[in-house]
Every structure is written in C-alpha cells, then in structure tokens.
Write a protein that binds this ligand. Structure first.
Ligand code: F3S
Length: 399
C-alpha cells in the first residue's frame, strides 16, 4: 500500500504510541482488502461503547490507547453506552456497572472524542455530506450515511473506527470506491409501507432475501413513494440487522439512485409477505408485555414531540424507556416535552438503548416499533416481543 510521508511517520511511531498502533491496524486492514492507498476521513463514529459488550478486556484496551497518547484527529462521536450517563440509577443499573461504564467514557474523553452516545449521530451534528469519506461503526448509521446522505463508509468495527479517529485515515476500498456502489438487484415493492414499523418490516424482508442470495447485493428498491427521516432510520437499522446491508438505493428518495438504471435481476415484495413478516416478529400477547421501549434507532425530536402529545395527562402502567441522544433530549427539555413525558411515568434512558443496556432477566416481553430491537431483544436477552406502530406501542404502555 502506498503511504504518504505523514502516514509513514505515524507508522514509525513519530506521532504517538497509539497512532502507531492505529496505523498498523489500518495498514493490515488495507492489505487484507487490497487497498492501494489511504483516504482522509472527516468524521468517525465508534461502536463498542457499552461496558456490557466491552467487558474488562475492552476497557483495558481503551485505557491503554488513551495512556499511549491517542487523540482523535477528526470529529468523532460514540455509539450508545450501557446506561444513561447522568441518570443511571433510574434505570436500575448497579453502581459497579456504572463505575466501569464511566471509566469507558472517561477513556474516550481523554482521547478528545465527543462523548455523545447515540446511534443517530447524523441527527445531532455529526452529519457528513454527499460524497464525504467517513469511517463509521454502527450498522444502522453506516447504512443511513451511505444510502440517505450519500457519504462513503465501510462497516467499520470498533477498533478500525478508533484507528481512523486517531489517524484521520481509512484504507480506500469497498464503499469508498464509486465502482463498488452500483446496485445489483432490483426490489420491487408492491405493499403499503410508510411508518417506522412497516419500513422496519420491509427492511427485515429484503435483508433476509439478500441473505439467501449467493452474491452480496446492493438493492435498488422501487415502489416507495415517500419516506420520512424517521422511517428511513428504522429501515436502515432493519436491513442492516437482517441482511448486513450497508447501502441501498431508492429512486426519488436517496441521492445516488438517479445515477443508475434498475438492475435486471428482480424480486417483487407483496403485501401478504410484509404482513406475514410483521406477524412473525410478534410472539408475545399484549397481556404479557412488561417492558415498552421506543427509540431504536434513537428517537428524533419529531418523534419525542409526538410522544409528548400522546402521553399528555396520561399515566403509564409498565416500564417505558424512551431512548435518545443527549443533545436531542436537551432540546426536548427546553421546549417542555421532557416534563410532559416524565409526568406520565415514562423514563428517558438517554445515551443508551434497550439492546446495549444490561437488562437480561429483568423483563419478560418487550413492545416496540423497531424490527432491530425485536431481533436483539430475543437474540441477546431472550425476551418475547410484540411489534406494532409507534402510537400502538404507547397504547401498550398505558394498558
Ligand atoms: Fe441504536 Fe441500540 Fe437500536 S444502538 S439502532 S437503539 S439497538
């Protein structure tokens, strides 16, 4: 791989011990994937922040990087942590876990990382533009950045994203290159999809279809007349979870779609399949629900506004977590949504989510509008699930 003088110096340890290690990781990655050079990145999103996933070994690795002089050279934000950093007691988090989680955040802070913990960095200021090279690790955000924003990133892992932050570079391969962004499979949708739950179900259906194909496809999805940001973030989370997708094109909605003609190979998705997919994601009856959560991916301000409208003057009867980014919650505080929501008994689980928080064994059945949350609620925590629309989820909490 061709390296610039600056990159060679990093590799030789002339910047810091941490930068040398980071450049070694990137060179190894680039060699595996046949990259000829590095590309500068302007934005990084690091995953692997929850102590529940990192454990002691992960915390030690991060502390060593910080001790070794590691400093973020570009705008870098974090994925959700295992708890609300300011209000972990209300979530029932143990003091031992909280202490270790705080040490993780401290290590990132020492590296100059912006410690907003969210999977929707694009809603809170880490918002790359069309064609910008970035290095993001969070499958839903990667898919959103590539597809909806038209930025360019591979699906980074925690260490490779951190390495990109500490050097400002990533190897130029995969989705950084124009020739690898063309669609290869047309998905014709002949079903009503519009909100977070139906687009989430569509993401699952397409993702699973892609998994059964011998080739890793980039889908070109037709038949979607319009989709709001909130529905697109739900779709991205779902298609990334169930199909490993990092990029799709949707004519009339995503910015690169107009550069391509629909690929000849085609799959049609009909209403009956979508209904069946939704049905299969629910194995819990309404009476079994003891945990309700909205905010996978993290809620936008518009969604919080809707929630405040639905919960005004009401009292919830089940544990109800609202998961969002701290900057979004701070705006909700200012305009009074937080007060209205908290008066209902619902809890803001800011900086975290129902998947990365350590809640195994605490609940039996989850109600959510998120196809991704359904997947992990079972896979990680063995919860039963009920998927329904945003408004119906709120109704579950009030029952
Ligand atoms: Fe975000 Fe957690 Fe869902 S990280 S996409 S809210 S699983």
């Amino acid at each position: 791989m061709r390296l610039t003088t600056q990159q060679e110096e990093m590799l030789a340890g002339k910047h810091s011990r941490a930068a040398r290690k980071a450049m070694e990781i990137l060179v190894a990655l680039g060699t595996i994937y046949g990259a000829e050079e590095m590309v500068p990145v302007s934005s990084v999103q690091i995953a692997g922040v929850s102590y529940d996933n990192l454990g002691e070994a992960g915390l030690k690795f991060l502390s060593d990087v910080a001790d070794g002089g590691g400093k973020a050279r570009v705008l870098t934000t974090l994925n959700p942590a295992g708890m609300d950093i300011e209000n972990w007691q209300a979530m029932g988090i143990s003091p031992d876990f909280a202490r270790q989680q705080e040490r993780v955040i401290e290590a990132f802070a020492r590296m100059g990382v912006i410690t907003t913990c969210t999977c929707t960095p694009y809603l809170t200021g880490n918002t790359p533009h069309f064609g910008e090279h970035i290095a993001w690790a969070e499958s839903s955000a990667v898919c959103y950045a590539n597809s909806v924003l038209g930025a360019r990133t591979n699906r980074e892992g925690g260490p490779s994203a951190l390495a990109a932050a500490l050097t400002g570079f990533t190897p130029a391969y995969g989705l950084h290159q124009t020739e690898n962004r063309a669609p290869s499979l047309t998905i014709q949708v002949e079903a009503d999809v519009a909100d977070t739950v139906t687009l989430g179900a569509l993401g699952k259906l397409i993702g699973e279809q892609m998994e059964t194909q011998s080739q890793k496809h980039i889908p070109y999805i037709t038949g979607i007349r319009s989709a709001a940001v909130d529905s697109l973030k739900a779709f991205c989370a779902s298609i990334a979870t169930y199909g490993g997708a990092a990029l799709f094109h949707m004519p009339g909605i995503t910015p690169e779609a107009s550069q391509y003609a629909p690929p000849a190979e085609k799959i049609t998705i009909r209403q009956a399949e979508l209904d069946e997919t939704l049905r299969k994601m629910s194995d819990a009856e309404s009476e079994e629900i003891d945990f309700v959560s909205l905010g996978c991916p993290h809620l936008s301000l518009a969604e919080i506004a809707r929630l405040a409208e639905l919960l005004k003057g009401q009292k919830i009867k089940k544990t109800f977590w609202i998961t969002t980014a701290r900057p979004t919650k701070q705006v909700a505080d200012l305009v009074g949504y937080t007060k209205t929501i908290e008066e209902s008994g619902a809890i803001f689980a800011t900086d975290t989510c129902c998947v990365v928080a350590p809640i195994k064994g605490r609940f039996h059945a989850l109600a959510t509008d998120s196809a991704k949350a359904c997947y992990y609620a079972y896979a990680k925590n063995k919860f039963k699930t009920l998927i329904c629309s945003f408004d119906e989820v709120v109704a579950e909490a009030l029952k």
